[in-house]
Ligand binder design. Structure first.
Ligand code: DGL
Length: 277
């Protein structure tokens, strides 16, 4: 791994694996390091300052492993930490490195999915309160109406393996009803949290059939392909030996591997990453 220049993929926990799965399908030749900060997840209800601090520590760790490019495969970190990292931290650390998020690539295309021009965004409290989606979508689709709903209990339900159990139904239904009550014309639901694809089947049960549900994995993966085509100087730096390494900040790597496999749809063997706290 020493001479590898992998793409770093970061999430607070397991959710980013749903994005990594799609990225790997699009770009199987690249090397990757996935880091899930499971010891400190979920980030969704934490303050701006804490989310920025944790995210930046993890990004720096990925830089130390040789990653010239890091994807924040986490909406909460993209909403709360990305701008400061791009505009301040990188300048001091190493301006040749790049950190990209998941909100902008999603905002660029989400308007193409709706016919009524009204969409619902489901996310963590942090993502919703940041207003990042309405702001970013407004740049690309100024006439689009964006309704938002925070779902603070969905990530803990998912991270504890309860997403496909009957107990999850109450909170899935509750947040969906709150969102759909905001307008009868919403025809597109954006899963604006990388954990939520695991709830997609349950969400489908409580949403009328005419409403489509959009998850971000494929959108972010296609956007990364496009980014690397537009930035050959970055793609040239990245090594391409098809390796994948997984790291967790929890010392119980077996526990991480068990849940990670569900998100990644393939076996995962992780190692412990000691992040400075
Ligand atoms: N997966 C993260 C996201 O996309 C959120 C998880 C968390 O709350 O830590 O927002």
């Amino acid at each position: 791994m020493v001479n590898n220049k992998p793409i770093g993929i970061f999430d607070s926990g397991y959710g980013g694996l749903t994005v990594f799965r799609s990225i790997f399908q699009e770009l199987p030749q690249h090397d990757y390091i996935y880091l899930g900060d499971t010891a400190r997840a979920p980030y969704g209800n934490r303050s701006f300052q804490t989310i920025h601090q944790y995210t930046w520590e993890c990004v720096q760790w990925l830089f130390k492993q040789g990653c010239p490019l890091v994807i924040l495969a986490c909406n909460t970190a993209s909403a709360k930490a990305l701008r400061t990292i791009q505009q301040q931290d990188l300048k001091n650390e190493d301006p040749s490195k790049r950190v990209l998020g998941v909100i902008r690539p999603t905002a660029e295309v989400i308007g193409d999915y709706t016919k009524t021009n009204e969409i619902g965004v489901l996310g963590t409290k942090g993502t919703v309160q940041s207003g990042s989606y309405p702001i970013e979508i407004g740049h690309f689709f100024p006439d689009l109406k964006v309704y938002q709903q925070a779902c603070p209990l969905w990530v803990p339900i998912i991270e504890n393996g309860e997403h496909d159990k009957p107990g999850a139904d109450y909170f899935v239904k509750k947040y969906l009803e709150q969102l759909l009550a905001q307008s009868p014309d919403i025809d597109t639901l954006l899963l604006a949290c990388t954990h939520y694809p695991l709830l997609q089947e349950k969400i489908r049960q409580f949403v009328p059939a005419n409403i489509q549900i959009v998850s971000q994995g494929d959108i972010v993966a296609k956007s990364l392909v496009d980014y690397l085509q537009r930035h050959p100087e970055m793609d040239d730096k990245l090594t391409k030996n098809s390796t994948q390494h997984f790291f967790t900040t929890t010392d119980d790597t077996a526990d991480f591997d068990h849940y990670a496999e569900i998100f990644f749809s393939a076996p995962v063997k992780s190692a412990f990453a000691e992040i400075k706290c």
